[in-house]
Design a protein around this ligand. Structure first.
Ligand code: NDP
Length: 277
C-alpha cells in the first residue's frame, strides 16, 4: 500500500507558487488575494487564518475584510464590486457559509469571474465543463495533482465518485473526465453502492459521513481518495473512509489529516497566481 502524501505534495505546490510570485515581483507585479469573512463562525475563522498563513508563505499579499455578523447584503455586495474594480486585486474569496440573511448565490454571482479563485461562479464552472481556460475548483484540482504527482495512471481507469455536491463531487467528475477516466457518480439514491464502488480503479469519497467506507467497498489494489474531514471527540480528525481497514486492501490511499485537506489551500494559492495578467 502506498500512502499518498498530501502534506508533501501541497508543500511542493506552495514552493512552486512562491517561485512564481517572486518572478512576478521582479516584473513589478504583486499578487493580491482579498479575503472576506462575515461573522465569527469559529471553523471559518480557522480556514481564513490558514489561507492567510499560506499567503504569507508564498509571498502573496492578503487583504483581509472581517465584517460583523449583522453586515447587510448590500454592504457586502458593494465591497465585492469595489474589489472587482481594483486592478491591484487578483483574487476575491468570500468565506462560506454566510449568515442566513445573506444570499450566497447572489454574492458568488457578483464576484468577477476573472477574480473567482474559488471557481464557484457559474461562468467559471461553465468554462471548466467545456474545457476553456480559467480557474479550476481547488479541492477537485488538488485531487488531480495528488494523483498525477503520485504517478497514478488516470486514462482509461474507472473512477467512482461518491457525492455530487457543487463543491466536490460534480466538478471532480468533470476533471476526471478531462483526464480521460471513465466516470461514475454515486449519491444517496444510488442502488448497490457497494457493488458500484467495488468496480472502481480510483474511488473518490466525498460523502460527509465519518468512516462510512470500509474495505468491503474497495477492490483489491484500488486507489482511494478521502475528501471527508470530521473532528472526533478528543479533537482527532478522520475522513469518510475507515483508513485502518481500507489500507489493508487499497493499492494507494490518502490519509486524514495530511491527504486532500492541505491540497485545497495550495491550489487556491495557485489560482491566485494564475489570475495575474
Ligand atoms: P455534501 O454534504 O454537500 O455532499 C455529500 C454528498 O454525499 C451528497 O451528494 C450526498 O447525496 C452523498 N451522500 C450522503 N450520504 C450518502 C450515502 N449514505 N450513500 C451515498 N451517498 C451519500 O458534502 P461536500 O461535498 O461539501 O463534502 C463532503 C465531505 O468532504 C465533507 O466531509 C466535507 O467536510 C469534506 N470537504 C473537504 C474539503 C477539503 O478541503 N478536504 C473541501 C470540501 C469538503 P445526495 O446528493 O443524494 O444528498
Amino acid at each position: 500500500m502506498k500512502l499518498i502524501d498530501g502534506k508533501m505534495i501541497s508543500g511542493m505546490i506552495k514552493d512552486e507558487v512562491k517561485e512564481q510570485v517572486e518572478k512576478l515581483k521582479q516584473q513589478g507585479k504583486e499578487v493580491t488575494l482579498a479575503v472576506i469573512l462575515v461573522g465569527n463562525d469559529p471553523a471559518s475563522s480557522v480556514y481564513v487564518g490558514n489561507k492567510k498563513k499560506a499567503c504569507e508563505y508564498t509571498g502573496i499579499r492578503s487583504e483581509s475584510y472581517e465584517l460583523p455578523e449583522d453586515t447587510t447584503q448590500e454592504k457586502l455586495l458593494a465591497l465585492v464590486e469595489e474589489l472587482n474594480g481594483r486592478d491591484d486585486v487578483n483574487g476575491i474569496l468570500v468565506q462560506l457559509p454566510l449568515p442566513a440573511h445573506i444570499d450566497e448565490k447572489t454574492v458568488i454571482d457578483t464576484i468577477s469571474p476573472d477574480k473567482d479563485v474559488d471557481c464557484f461562479h457559474p461562468q467559471s464552472v461553465g468554462r471548466m465543463c467545456i474545457g476553456e481556460k480559467g480557474f479550476l475548483p481547488c479541492t477537485p484540482a488538488g485531487i488531480i495533482e495528488l494523483l498525477k504527482r503520485s504517478d497514478v495512471e488516470i486514462t482509461g481507469k474507472h473512477c467512482v465518485i461518491i457525492g455530487r455536491s457543487n463543491i466536490v463531487g460534480k466538478p471532480m467528475a468533470m476533471l476526471m473526465l478531462r483526464e480521460n477516466a471513465t466516470v461514475t457518480i454515486c449519491h444517496s439514491k444510488t442502488k448497490d453502492l457497494k457493488e458500484v464502488c467495488k468496480s472502481a480503479d480510483i474511488l473518490i469519497v466525498a460523502i460527509g459521513k465519518p468512516k462510512m467506507i470500509d474495505s468491503s467497498y474497495v477492490k483489491e489494489g484500488a486507489v482511494v481518495i478521502d475528501v471527508g474531514i470530521h473532528r472526533l471527540e478528543g479533537k482527532k480528525l478522520c475522513g469518510d473512509v475507515d483508513f485502518e481497514d481500507v489500507k489493508e486492501v487499497a493499492g494507494a490511499i490518502t490519509p486524514v489529516p495530511g491527504g486532500v485537506g492541505p491540497m485545497t489551500i495550495a491550489m487556491l494559492m495557485k489560482n491566485c497566481v494564475s489570475g495575474v495578467r
